[in-house]
Design a binder for this molecule. Structure first.
Ligand code: GMT
Length: 377
């Protein structure tokens, strides 16, 4: 297992947990001496690091006038093949079956079968696209033809099997956080800008897509703030944002809610909060809850998808059925009014993030999978 590898990584490089995980993994692998080539349409937003083992190759899409739709997938496949040949890559690690695994398989056909393809499933490729008959055969093909497949929760593995009728082995590799970045930050001064000393801070971070049920976040906050002084921070933006701004105004909560937009230093922002809210309809893992956990901030959320694999109810957070905002609000109030309970849960969060979902452990798991896929165990 000694030989260092040359790995191409493709992900959605803009906002989103899958891009974060792919980028952080690449950075960790580079630190361990592997040569990492990010092959994406723009620079991964969390890359922010110069390292002799990290390369970035931009996928440029041809604007040729006969194309009604610029063929991004073909440009990606061709770039993957080019970089694989030029840099003698051992393996392509692609995040998302569609389109990335399909592009990687095409690149493999162009380059030769020595180039291996590892596909990581993150959720929406299965839970949303997998239900679409017009594309599910292609997803099944991409999964079955990959040399290795991983998924970020056991729930996602089960869903992949049942929705797509897949029987091949799929490795479970949970998401992780870098403990050197995600830890409780000293935010005393910053906190004064957001809340009075007697106010508690609730936070929600997402891409404001309907599956996140951001409207439930507002309902939970409305119930909580009737009972205790509290403020709500929203981080991120997306399709539901304007609806949520209107709802906050309609409920007369505007002076208690701050919309922070997109933020880079997520660990700092999360550390400001007392509780993270994640009432999602679907969530294959819920990376943001892990980021909160690592900063010692408990999550109250739904028991959708893989969330219960991350958060043990009543031990490292509180979970209720999707849409049960009464119970979620009750859990938040219980946490924020019982100091002893809060300390117990916050400590369990820190411990669990550090030992079960830590960067060293998960990075090693991926390395083992790479060597196995390459037949170099
Ligand atoms: O949640 C999203 O809408 C973004 C999506 C992504 O592409 O990052 O998140 C998915 O992958 C994350 C990283 O593995 C998981 O933590 C999220 O739970 C998963 N989202 C869904 O399953 C809805």
């Amino acid at each position: 297992m000694d030989k260092k590898l040359k790995i191409g990584i493709t992900c959605y490089p803009t906002l989103g947990g899958s891009g974060v995980v792919a980028t952080e993994l690449g950075k960790l692998l580079a630190e361990k001496g592997h040569e990492i080539h990010f092959i994406t349409h723009s620079m991964p937003f969390r890359l922010g690091k110069f390292d002799k083992n990290i390369y970035y190759h931009e996928v440029e899409v041809s604007e040729y006038y006969v194309f009604r739709y610029p063929p991004y997938d073909l440009s990606l496949a061709s770039k993957l093949a080019q970089v694989a040949q030029m840099k003698e890559l051992d393996l392509l690690h692609v995040h998302y079956a569609i389109p990335h695994a399909v592009c990687a398989l095409l690149a493999k056909q162009m380059v030769g079968s020595h180039l291996k393809v590892l596909t990581t499933l993150h959720g929406t490729d299965i839970t949303v696209l997998g239900q679409d008959q017009s594309i599910s055969d292609l997803i099944r093909y991409a999964i079955n033809e990959s040399d290795g497949v991983t998924a970020v929760s056991d729930d996602l593995i089960q869903e992949t099997r049942s929705l797509l009728d897949i029987s091949r082995p799929i490795d479970l590799t949970y998401n992780f956080v870098d403990k050197r970045v995600y830890y409780p930050r000293d935010i005393c001064k910053l906190r004064q800008q957001f809340a009075r000393p007697d106010e508690k801070i609730l936070i929600h971070i997402s891409n404001f897509r309907p599956v996140k049920r951001v409207s439930d976040v507002v309902d939970i906050f409305a119930k909580v703030s009737k009972k205790i002084p509290a403020r709500l921070l929203f981080v991120g933006e997306g399709p539901e944002l304007s609806k949520i701004i209107s709802k906050v105004k309609e409920l007369g909560l505007a002076d208690k809610v701050t919309f922070c937009g997109r933020q880079d230093d997520v660990a700092q922002v999360i550390s400001l909060a007392d509780v993270m809210l994640l009432p999602s309809e679907k969530e294959s893992f819920g990376l943001v809850a892990l980021e909160a956990m690592a900063c010692g901030v408990p999550t109250v959320g739904s028991n959708a998808g893989g969330i219960p694999e991350l958060i043990t109810h009543n031990e490292s957070g509180f979970l209720a059925d999707i849409g049960d905002t009464d119970l979620m609000a009750e859990y938040v109030l219980r946490l924020l009014t019982d100091e002893e309970l809060y300390q117990r849960i916050a400590e369990a969060c820190l411990y669990r993030a550090r030992f079960t979902f830590c960067n060293d452990l998960i990075c090693k798991q991926y390395e083992e999978i790479y060597y196995r896929v390459l037949g170099r165990e």
